[in-house]
Write a protein that binds this ligand. Sequence first.
Ligand code: KMT
Ligand code: NI
Length: 172
Amino acid sequence: MKAYWFDNVEGDQRLPHDSGRAVDPSYLANLGVLYHHIISQSDVDTLAAQRSYKNRDEITVSPSVMGAIYEEKVKSFFHEHLHEDEEIRYILDGAGFFDVRSEGDEWVRIWLEKGDLIVLPAGIYHRFTTDEGNYIKAMRLFKEEPKWTPLNRSAETDANSYRKEYLTTRQS
Ligand code: KMT
Ligand code: NI
């Protein structure tokens, strides 16, 4: 795991876009973003049970598995969105970037590789991309199926009750 401020320079989303300014885990925790490095699947199961997760799946994002739709998929994961429930991503292989919005609406880029696990709170704006390796295998854990749907950022999601709740929680 490596977290830093996104450089906002135009160019391929899969490039590092590292501004050179690091972000530490305590700052992420203030945003409600939790990070763990987990070696054994049973520790993931324990965490998921503690947080009342009911559903999970595995996804491989790569041209060899997705074929022609890979580029399209990678673009769609990069649309800024939120969910009305918490989401966990556990990286099984490969690597990729999760970008999350700071309280000042700047992007913090989080590079995750095998064994890294991230918890994104409900209501946080975020997006995902593979890196230059073009390969990630991840377990996606979610609490309730309907609330897992990505809601792309708009005036409507800005007014969403889960979004408002997220912002209120961060202030306290
Ligand atoms: C997300 O939340 O954008 C995703 O699940 C992307 C695929 S998980 C590596
Ligand atoms: Ni998401």
